[in-house]
Design a protein around this ligand. Structure first.
Ligand code: NAD
Ligand code: TYD
Length: 352
């Protein structure tokens, strides 16, 4: 089995690549990543020399590159994670999200369709990794299920919703063997420090202000990234084709409560007097079109495929903080931009 994983140098992608490379030595894993600001090969240092792993630098928006990559490698399956993923960036530069998230996904679908057409027994799966943000915003009650109507509000979620529709259209029209999962907010090691939790960990460490949008009353449903990677593994291997699974931890928190918990936890870990870090909390102008609440019902995944989250939030958050405090070099390289040179040091051309 030769599997293409796209976006494997990013946050979630690196955990998925690590899990697949280590757990399935008989699979050949090809990691395709453009190495945008969010892609960092240092996330994969521990597995980069494994015999079943190859890195290819490339852009999913480039159709002729993608077509020749598929012709050369003749993948048996695709696990698609590459995306522009930050809502605030989508507000300032929506087109970039259309290119990568929509056109990039359609380029991959087209290339997979050609392989499937040539030999349907050889190309067995196109797994598209998506987000709960496609469902829009909940009020005080209710949960997103797999049948909730799509209602995206940000350019990011609109682009992901569009890509999901294309994947379903390729299943319906061409019978391309597709599966989709929609997951809630992830947190954990290797998370780029522009997102709420790693940004605040870094700012607390450096005693800098913690910017909370609006009143901090927005609710997110947090899942530890390794639990997401395990869910992807289960769905990849067990899901019926043409189906969708929601992934989430039944773990809803207002932003302000997450940050208060983080502040108190880091007071203790950094030996600061209790209450010191909470003084850094700063309420700032709200995000435009800010979704009030996301919450996932993952009953289908739990009942049908037997997955469940392994960590309580406090435990996962504590593990995450410890990782960031221990991995100073990773964090400093990312915040200084030095990580961008890691690729040039490690690879002289697009293949290892
Ligand atoms: P990320 O931003 O950390 O990583 C994205 C990766 O894609 C990077 O390595 C980047 O270099 C690569 N990439 C971007 N544009 C590319 C292009 N044109 N060609 C090739 N590679 C490109 O994102 P993430 O948080 O790891 O998210 C991964 C996937 O999971 C995304 O599809 C996202 O929508 C989805 N998702 C994320 C979350 C979350 O909480 N982070 C939750 C649910 C779903
Ligand atoms: P984020 O980590 O950007 O994920 P998403 O927008 O995909 O849910 O944001 C999580 C929540 O935190 C969201 O409600 C926006 C809020 N937020 C802040 O309050 N301040 C910040 O600096 C950031 C980045 C996010």
């Amino acid at each position: 089995m030769k599997i293409l994983i796209t976006g494997g140098a990013g946050f979630i992608g690196s955990h998925v690549v690590r899990l697949f490379v280590n757990k399935y030595p008989n699979y050949q894993i090809v990691n395709l990543d453009k190495l945008t600001y969010a892609g960092n090969l240092a996330n994969l240092k521990d597995i980069e020399d494994k015999p079943n792993y190859t890195f290819v630098k490339g852009d999913i928006v480039d159709a002729s590159f993608i077509n020749s990559l598929f012709k050369n490698h003749r993948f048996n399956a695709v696990l698609h994670l590459a995306a522009e993923s930050h809502v605030d960036r989508s507000i300032t530069n929506p087109l970039e999200f259309v290119y990568t998230n929509v056109i990039g996904t359609v380029n991959l679908l087209n290339a997979a369709k050609e392989l499937f057409k040539e030999d349907s027994s050889q190309f067995v799966k196109f797994y598209h990794v998506s987000t709960d943000e496609v469902y829009g915003s909940l009020g005080e009650t209710g949960l997103f299920t797999e049948t909730t109507a799509y209602d995206p509000h940000s350019p990011y979620s609109a682009s992901k919703a569009s890509s999901d529709h294309f994947v379903r259209a390729y299943y319906d029209t061409y019978k391309l063997p597709c599966v989709i999962s929609n997951c809630s907010n992830n947190y954990g090691p290797y998370h780029f420090p522009e997102k709420l939790i790693p940004l605040c960990i870094n700012n607390i460490k450096n005693s800098k202000p913690l910017p909370i949008y609006g009143k901090g009353e927005n609710v997110r449903d947090w899942l530890f990234v390794e639990d997401h990677a395990r869910a992807i593994d289960v769905i990849f291997h067990k899901a019926e084709l043409g189906t969708t699974y929601n992934i989430g931890g039944h773990n809803e928190w207002t932003n302000i409560d997450v940050i208060r918990l983080l502040c108190d936890m880091m007071d203790e870990k950094l030996g600061r007097e209790k209450g010191t870090n909470q003084k850094l909390i700063t309420f700032v102008t709200d995000r435009a079109g800010h979704d009030l609440r996301y919450a996932i019902d993952s009953t289908k995944l739990q009942n049908e495929l037997g997955w469940k989250p392994s960590l309580q939030f406090e435990e996962g958050l504590s593990k995450t903080v410890d990782w960031y405090l221990k991995n100073d070099e990773w964090l400093n390289n990312v915040t200084s931009g030095a990580y961008a040179h890691y690729y040039e040091k490690q690879y002289s051309d697009s293949n290892k």
